[in-house]
Design a protein around this ligand. Sequence first.
Ligand code: SF4
Length: 652
Amino acid sequence: MSDPLPAVFSPAAIGTLSLPHRVIMGAMHLGLEARDDGGAALAAFYLDRVRGGAGLMVTGGAAVSQAGAGGPRYGVLTDPAFTRRLGHVAARVHGAGGLIALQLFHAGRYAPAGAGGPVAPSPVFSKLSGALPSELTGAQIDRTLLDFAHGATLARGLGFDAVEIMGSEGYLIDQFLSPLTNRRDDDWGGDAVRRARLGIEVMLRVRAAVGDGFPVIFRMSGTDLMDGGVTRQETMSFARALVAAGADALSIGIGWHESPIPAVQGGVPPGSWSPVAAAIKAAITTTACTVPVITSTRVNRLETAQRILASGQADFVSMARPFLADPDLMRSARRRRPVNICVACNQACIDRSLTHSGPSVSCMVNPRAGREAELPPPTRTVRPAAVAVVGGGPAGLVAARELAAAGHRVTLLEAAGQLGGQFCLATQVPGKDDYISSIHYLTAELAALGAEIRLGHAVPGGSDLLRGFAGVIVATGTKPRRLDIPGTALPHVLSYPAAFTAQLGERVVIIGGGGVAVDVAHYASQTGPPGRAVTVLHRGGRIGARLGRSTRWAVLGALRARGTVLRTQVRCERITPHEVWFARGDGTPDRVPADTVVIAVGQVADASAAAAARRSHVWHRVVGGARDAAGMDAVQATAEGLHAAREFIRRG
Ligand code: SF4
């Protein structure tokens, strides 16, 4: 059989390092780096990816100094306990036949206040950290260069296969490069040459520290997506200078954390950024010695990587979040098995990595991610039991797969005619079409594991359908909350699930302001007749208040750009055949014309099957929205599905 993805699975090298294929697992800050567990959680995370066929993996950023740490959950290379953990990780990865590079990191003005930071080329306030950094003195810059060199020496001594210098995404080196954040007029700023000096000097110092034969990757911004930022010409000059300074490869990052242009969100078409890498590849090809170029950002399928590589736009593709979604990504693709696709929700990964407390990074479609040490793959039971999972949304599917993988006889009961639950609605929303891929993946897994799937099987509260099972997990999710105002029974008034299948009019009013209302607004504004007027009426002050930090601004910006009217602090009072009447914040009555009204005011638990589970008098758990509709999101729901299944498995 021919190779499924020939360009992806062709071996290549970065400097002296031979790699089995052209996909690099990009750096992800996991929130496990500072955990005092001897490196067990980190090692388990990377080992799972080695076993799943990952080639070179780049660690999350290891801060070269305390001031460079991006928060309290970052590891700092001056901390002996952290370096011991790193040594353990490198040894375990090598023991399993893997390859790992250490990312040398300095957050600069993106570091939170405290512990010597934040520092930056100039005191320019950062929206991300909410802090005003202090300006680095010349002596402090010299110290920072030593810190990078020291980190590289450490990495080599600890057994890492390479280092990657983090010089993109708006961190310290980028801050020096950009006129927006570098307002100095000394040896380190004032013109493009002096702004580029820190990055080049770091590259030179790291090269000198590790010697010629040790691979050094430099991650630079291909475009910072900042108004008034680094120009294209400056970027190309910087790339050429880095190669001359000894970089073995250039990894091309896209955008800053503060960029007003989305780079990583679901609405960005996959593969959008590979032309940026291609331009840099062309620019350095004209130099005397060229090096491989690694493209990254918004590549979530290996088919996209194949297209990029085959076209010659880049030599390698860095993929990060897809390895959270599916640690077996490479092995499954090689074997032509389904893979779990990252849907770019950012909820359990990027959004969590930007916080300094709360749960560490995981994945909505793979809640085991980041929990590998505490949740090793289930061993097969010697006493298979019949277990019912009620509800075929993501939480139910995750639970069912886990139980089936442990060898239990799983029956999945779904009331609808298809699996997927809320993901079936989400997949209608432009930019969220990958959501259904995750359902397809889990369905294929269940089929391979021999689980029985019964569609069109509702479980009413009074039924005895669950008797005879040894265990029951109820994951029936939610149903729409009703709105109690006059006019909701009119024929042009829809609940939000119906909005995705009905013919919407030219003037759509959405009542509600949560994530579902935002989804409906996207759907309504991007489908149907041109010029459709879409209005969102929200009782609260913040539309999409629970959307993640990395996503909310982008989705609201996209809505506004399409002319969607977002009104907050309004109280809807009645719906008539042609209008929605509401009271403004000051009580003044107002109205908006509507030929379609969509009610999206939240959800209530769909828990009737929970009553049937109680009647069955067997072990049972209610998870996800069926347990708590108000405080639930898909990340928590899938995690609850996983944990309930594990609880049953542990019972033996
Ligand atoms: Fe992708 Fe969402 Fe998982 Fe992050 S949480 S890896 S964006 S699916």
